[in-house]
Design a protein. Structure first.
Length: 236
């Protein structure tokens, strides 16, 4: 029953759209873009659900092209997933669950690396001007993409992201870049572990990185106007 309630909560928060195909990437490309931002959806979502962020971002990031990829794997309760999530909330913190999640996550990071190359080649945007952000499991995917991309892309922002930890599938030897990183989480988030932002911060610091962090009091597992403002200020 507890697991069912979590999936029901996710469905309500994410407003799943079942009509978008896996691995489809939607985009908004202004005239003569100089930068690009990849926005990665969370569990049970798709790229279309994140596309609504365009209107909130394009005014302040006018020279930026926005990309909204859809994960290649179907989620069991409709929508798509970058990796399977066996449990939510505090239960997610067990290392054996992290190992399962990171095995899938690292497989699908390759999809995002391919998208980075596509943006660079088609729009002639320098790799360092390509940033990544994502919500929930998309937040983790954004950080993993930035850390492991051999072309040293720009910045990464994790919005209420699944924690970054070291596992057999992701270790220090796989980190080839040192991007600027911002971590954002609400203090009332009960979908991912309450200490997610701390876990990710400690992992990044162990890798020699110093991420910026923002904890928003009273916010749950969501993207609010305040979150978007933090994102815009970090990317400007």
């Amino acid at each position: 029953m507890k697991k069912f309630l979590f999936f029901a909560l996710l469905a309500a928060v994410f407003l799943i759209n079942p009509h978008v195909s896996s691995a489809e990437t939607l985009s908004y490309i202004p005239d003569n873009p100089e930068k690009a931002l990849i926005i990665i959806h969370g569990y049970g979502q798709n790229g279309a659900r994140m596309q609504g962020m365009t209107n909130s971002l394009k005014k302040d990031l006018p020279d930026t092209a926005f990309y909204y990829p859809t994960a290649p794997d179907r989620a069991p309760h409709r929508g798509y997933q970058w990796f399977a999530i066996p449990a939510f909330g505090a239960e997610m913190s067990e290392m054996k669950l992290y190992r399962r999640m990171f095995a899938d996550a690292m497989d699908n990071v390759a999809v995002l690396h391919d998208l980075v190359d596509e943006i660079h080649n088609e729009l002639d945007i320098p790799y360092e001007n390509i940033d990544v952000t994502g919500f929930s499991q998309g937040g983790l995917m954004a950080v993993l993409t930035a850390l492991t991309n051999p072309n040293h892309i720009g910045r990464a922002v994790s919005l209420s992201g699944v924690p970054l930890v070291l596992t057999d599938d992701f270790d220090a030897d796989m980190v080839v870049s040192e991007p600027d990183i911002l971590l954002i989480q609400g203090t009332n988030d009960n979908v991912i572990p309450a200490n997610s932002i701390v876990l990710t911060q400690k992992t990044l610091e162990s890798l020699g990185l110093k991420p910026e962090t923002a904890e928003i009091r009273g916010m749950g597992h969501q993207v609010t106007p305040r979150v978007l403002q933090y994102l815009i200020e970090f990317l400007q």
